[in-house]
Design a protein around this ligand. Sequence first.
Ligand code: UDP
Ligand code: MG
Length: 333
Amino acid sequence: MSAPPVLSVVIPVYNEEAVLGELFARLYPALDALATAYEVIFVNDGSRDRSPALLLDQQQRRADVTRVILFSGNFGQHSAILAGFAHVRGEIIVTLDADLQNPPEEIHKLLAAYREGHDYVGSIRDLRRGDAWWRGAASKLLNRIRERTTRIKMTDQGCMLRAYSRRIIDLVNQTREVRTFIPALAYTFAMNPTEVVVAHAERAAGESKYSVYQLLRLNFDLMTGFSLVPLQMFSLLGMAVAIGSALTYLGLIAYRLLTLPPWDAFKALFDRDILEFFLIGMVLFGLGLVGEYVGRIYLQVRDRPRYVIDRVVETTAEFPPGATDITSASHLA
Ligand code: UDP
Ligand code: MG
């Protein structure tokens, strides 16, 4: 391959023999038209059809700009993209689905936004033709919940056509998460994210690889992957119940001591209902407490970078005071 590319396009492929021909026919001209050195990395996610053969054939045809990674089995779309990330050499990294739902002709819009200084360019599908209405409604609701619990702002989480800076991809490569949702993970590392509207088509051929169950799973991953709120809600609830019942218990005892004869009041200390209520509260709280620790373990094992440095400003021999550092000056502008 020739000089290192500026743009790297990563495409996960799983049983896409029906669309690959059209994808090649549209992707390469669209990329050539950008007049930017590029590379395409296809990751075959254990397809059981002719996809790998088609990819290898295409690699031969455009060996100057094409690389193919073959998985030994099906590890999922996000694992495939991560494998692509581990191999990209460009400074701008674009992800794209193989099925042409995101037209490759739209990549230039992402590039334009990137060159305006955004390090993360998400995309919003122009219209969701062909999707059942309940899918639209469900995704809106899930979007709302996600934004509330994770602080990740993404208008259209289902759209994989996105551009990332090299810095973000390096950070993504540093994390060691087992299941993740790449656009969200990358978003947490972005300094200047933006979104652009892109055209959206129906899948060109073949079938969606996601069932409703898998979509649900994906959203659980998203929520539990980026927020401890579900865990913490539990311990807060337990605490509320325990405190509430303890107060009621104390109040009741005080009331009975004041109003009942001593022996009856003493018996009332062992009021089963209120004790049970209290104990359930304690159990819930205990469970929540365990959850808090599990949450800490979870954060620890995930091993995400703890912070992200924009840049370090210092005066060194290379740039003594007074000398103008052109690059940082243009950054500040
Ligand atoms: N894909 C993959 N591994 C999988 C499932 C999907 O690499 O296990 C790829 C698939 O080939 C496509 C992209 O991920 O390029 C998105 O899949 P699909 O179009 O089926 O998802 P949908 O658009 O229906 O959400
Ligand atoms: Mg699709």
